[in-house]
Design a protein around this ligand. Structure first.
Ligand SMILES: [Zn+2]
Length: 403
């Protein structure tokens, strides 16, 4: 900017011909870059004409490199947008390959809930998810004595894949809910960032009944009872305990079929809504079979995987609380439904370029603390006992990333 007045002054000093050839357009950025033919040297010589003779040998300064049109991955693109796409509300694509138009935030505080890890800005969802969480919070308190929900990750403002954590949570229909009861006060911002959810496990294979009480069982049952809920994910040890103790919620145990075992859900459970009716482009998962899943081979298989994993992690002395260090597979924007590009650019949002640094909203989300402790390792005795069982192989089980 400083050069502009200088070039104007010199232009005014210029004699007839030169001035006549120069239009008075130099107010534009472009001409400000070409005008420096007339430089400080011209000023020093006190003669623009002399300068005009000498200057052609001088190279004009290079214009700044144009911004690359290359896009970073979808994770970076979606993590960098701080607000929702101002479009009609729509979950677009599949839970692990999609995005969210017209997302709305769950308020950080409600009468029966509080949002945790607020720095992540992941308290966004479809209007249907937000309404569901408010209803669950209120029903669980009134009907089951659950004091209130601590709500973990939902989706980013425009959904999409995340820099850290989840494979799913991309379309505004998934939410994590802590299994820790809400304290009877408003938590501070620092507490929401640093407080850890309580693990329900006493060892890698079993829940601790002192922590995983009837209250948690009733809360999960309540969540599973709504017709719009397609699935709920819990740690396999929690699923097993639910199967054994489901009678605390009454005779009807049909809700158990929606509750599916999955890795890492030992301090929270994950609620997944079905695609709301009439939502174009939203892809459902095949519905659960209706079987409780309690006497299934599937649960046995989970136990065998849990054992292998526990033995391997204990023998390798893996730090249960270490942040996952593996690099995530590339996720280009072109892997998402094409409408997700419209979602990203809606409201005049300029797409991040590969040359740009990640904005603070993305850096903060990626740096935030895990919401709960890792799965514990085995004690020496437990390890010995499992190894002596004789049935257990050592290779690490394959983790299915498609959830
Ligand atoms: Zn989840």
């Amino acid at each position: 900017m400083g050069r502009l007045p200088l070039s104007l002054i010199v232009l005014l000093l210029w004699s007839g011909d030169a001035a006549a050839q120069t239009t008075l357009a130099p107010a534009t950025a472009e001409s400000a870059e070409t005008a420096p033919n007339v430089s400080a040297e011209a000023d020093a010589n006190g003669s623009a004409e002399t300068a005009a003779v000498e200057l052609p040998e001088r190279k004009p300064p290079k214009p700044p490199e144009p911004k690359s049109n290359k896009l970073p991955g979808a994770r970076e693109l979606f993590a960098s947008v701080p607000g929702a796409a101002p479009l009609a509300a729509r979950a677009i694509g599949f839970y692990s390959k999609g995005c969210l138009a017209g997302g709305v935030p769950l308020p950080l505080n409600g009468p029966d809930w509080q949002v945790m890890r607020t720095s992540r800005n992941r308290n966004w969802g479809s209007p249907q998810l937000v309404q569901f969480l408010e209803r669950l919070a209120s029903d669980a308190r009134a009907l089951d004595g659950w004091p209130g929900l601590l709500v973990g990750d939902m989706s980013q403002p425009r959904g999409g894949p995340m820099l850290t954590g989840h494979t799913s949570h991309q379309v505004g229909l998934d939410a994590d809910i802590w299994l820790t009861p809400m304290p009877d006060r408003i938590l501070t911002v620092e507490e929401r960032e640093n407080m850890d959810a309580a693990s329900m496990l006493k060892d890698p294979l079993h829940v601790d009944p002192e922590v995983f009480t009837d209250l948690q069982i009733k809360l999960i049952r309540r969540a599973a009872s709504y017709p719009q809920v397609a699935r709920i994910f819990v740690h396999p040890a929690i699923k097993k305990s639910l199967c054994e103790r489901a009678d605390v919620t009454g005779k009807d145990t049909s809700w158990l079929g929606k509750v599916r075992p999955w890795w890492n859900h030992h301090y929270h459970f994950h609620v997944r809504l079905a695609c709301p009716p009439g939502m174009d482009g939203c892809k459902d998962q095949p519905p659960v079979s209706g079987d409780s899943g309690c006497d299934s081979k599937e649960l046995d298989n989970w136990y065998s995987m849990l054992k292998k994993s526990a033995i391997w992690r204990t023998q390798q002395n893996i730090d249960p609380d270490a942040k996952p260090s593996g690099k995530k597979k590339a996720f280009p924007l072109t892997d998402l439904p094409s409408d997700c590009r419209t979602v990203l650019t809606a409201g005049g949002n300029e797409l991040l370029s590969v040359d740009d640094e990640l904005p603070p909203v993305a850096v903060k989300a990626a740096a935030s603390r895990e919401a709960g402790p890792g799965v514990p390792l085995l004690s020496k005795t437990e390890l010995q006992n499992l190894l002596n069982g004789g049935k257990i192989g050592i290779p690490l089980p394959v983790r299915n990333p498609t959830r």
